[in-house]
Design a protein around this ligand. Structure first.
Ligand code: PLP
Length: 397
């Protein structure tokens, strides 16, 4: 990979903050956008903007073609069988809310098994829809939690806090042996590795456009067609209907049954441009580079006295672009907020806090962490700047 050239694709990376070069290490929260994605948004608004699906006129048909072509791009990108399996949503959060809400209407089981590493968006939607959430730490736990009340297993592919992968192949195999479907929260995996829904054999999958170099406000909900067919609609409105009368409404075919209202057709097109962009770099090159960079970061961070990185059990090596840590001075914690604020003054953007994973914080018995998360546009020089910054902060305390 030609990092110099890649960085030129992301204009924001050459800006300064506080008179210092920006070191952007908050990619798990959102990624920066390549010029082609930003251009795709303005180009469509300037040249092809019209509401999709219902228009007979030229622009509407052009916008519709672009929107449906985007669905095809997503379909190919995740290896789905056909475009009926690709529903556009606002993001991972909405995708999981959709599933939790729809499933609650047809399931006579009320438990969901999740991992201890879940983001709140894979906990709260289940609770809101009447499911009891049962967390597991490892595979032994996992098996013991499955019961005849389990409606679904819903797990993060990669933790947004620890960067660790759940043993997803085993989870899916075990769940399927018991006839239980699996929902994969792929918000933190799709940007970093090849994710193929057929190869994984997951039943549902969600990810967010903005974490995969696309725009905010667009995301994807994948489901096996036969399962999506059985789920009732999530929201009501235009697009999702077949016929409406005051006494009865019939619903549209897949995937439109789940897409009430005007879709984010500008966002879907820009997301497709983002997926094409990372495909052109190559998902395996991205994975290789990012895992080398993450290993380099883990190694270099060890040189900072009093720094503790977090994993789960023995699993500290198998990281995917995310490192969480805290800094201690002779055993006393330097608050993550102080560390993040001081790093910011050095131009280094990291995230601090519970990272929308309070149950994991409880499990680790901590209040929060400092999280550095990497992209293929980050460099070892930037890791060195992070390490130098932390060394400086430690001396200040
Ligand atoms: N799941 C995971 C693992 C995440 O990291 C995030 C965001 O950080 C989400 C879900 C929610 O994503 P969004 O806010 O884009 O819906």
């Amino acid at each position: 990979m030609d990092y110099k050239k890649i960085r030129e694709d992301f204009p924001i990376l050459s800006r300064e903050v506080y008179g210092k070069p920006l070191v952007y290490l908050d990619n798990a929260a959102t990624t920066q956008k390549p010029r082609c994605v930003v251009d795709a948004i303005s180009d469509e608004y300037y040249n092809a903007n019209a509401n999709v699906h219902r228009g007979v006129h030229f622009l509407s048909q052009q916008a519709t073609s672009m929107h449906e072509a985007a669905r095809k791009t997503v379909c190919t990108f995740v290896g789905a069988s056909n475009t009926n399996e690709i529903v556009f949503t606002r993001g991972t959060t909405e995708s999981i809310n959709l599933l939790a809400s729809s499933l609650s209407k047809i399931s006579n089981k009320n438990e969901v098994v999740v991992s201890v590493m879940e983001h709140h968006s894979n906990i709260v939607p289940w609770q809101l829809n009447g499911f009891k959430v049962k967390p597991f730490v490892d595979l032994n736990d996992f098996e013991s939690l499955i019961s005849d009340k389990t409606a679904i297993v819903s797990v993060a592919h990669v933790s947004n806090v620890l960067g660790i992968q759940n043993p997803i192949k085993d989870i899916i195999r075990i769940a399927h042996e018991r006839g239980i479907p699996v929902m994969l929260d792929a918000a933190q995996s799709v940007p970093h590795m090849k994710v193929d829904v057929k190869e994984l054999d997951c039943d549902f999958l969600a990810f967010s456009g903005h974490k995969v170099y696309g725009p905010t406000g667009i995301g994807v909900f994948y489901g096996k067609e036969a399962l999506l067919d059985k789920l009732p609609p999530y929201q009501g409105g235009g697009e999702m209907i077949d016929h409406v009368s005051f006494s009865k409404t019939t619903f549209n075919a897949l995937p439109y049954k789940f897409e009430a209202g005007t879709p984010d057709y500008i966002g879907s097109h820009a997301l497709a441009v983002a997926l094409d962009y990372i495909s052109s770099l190559g998902m395996s090159s991205i994975s290789d580079y990012e895992s080398q960079l993450t290993q380099y970061a883990i190694q270099q961070l060890q040189s900072v006295e009093g720094l503790k990185t977090y994993g789960l059990g023995n699993n500290v090596e198998n990281r995917c672009s995310v490192v969480s840590f805290n800094l201690f001075n002779e055993g006393t914690l330097i608050h993550h907020l102080d560390v993040g604020t001081l790093l910011d003054r050095l131009g280094i953007a990291v995230r601090t806090g519970h990272h929308c994973a309070e149950p994991l914080m409880h499990y680790l018995n901590i209040e929060g962490t400092v999280r550095a998360s990497f992209s293929f546009y980050n460099t070892t020089d930037e890791v060195d700047m992070l390490v130098a910054g932390l060394q400086r902060i430690r001396k200040m305390f």
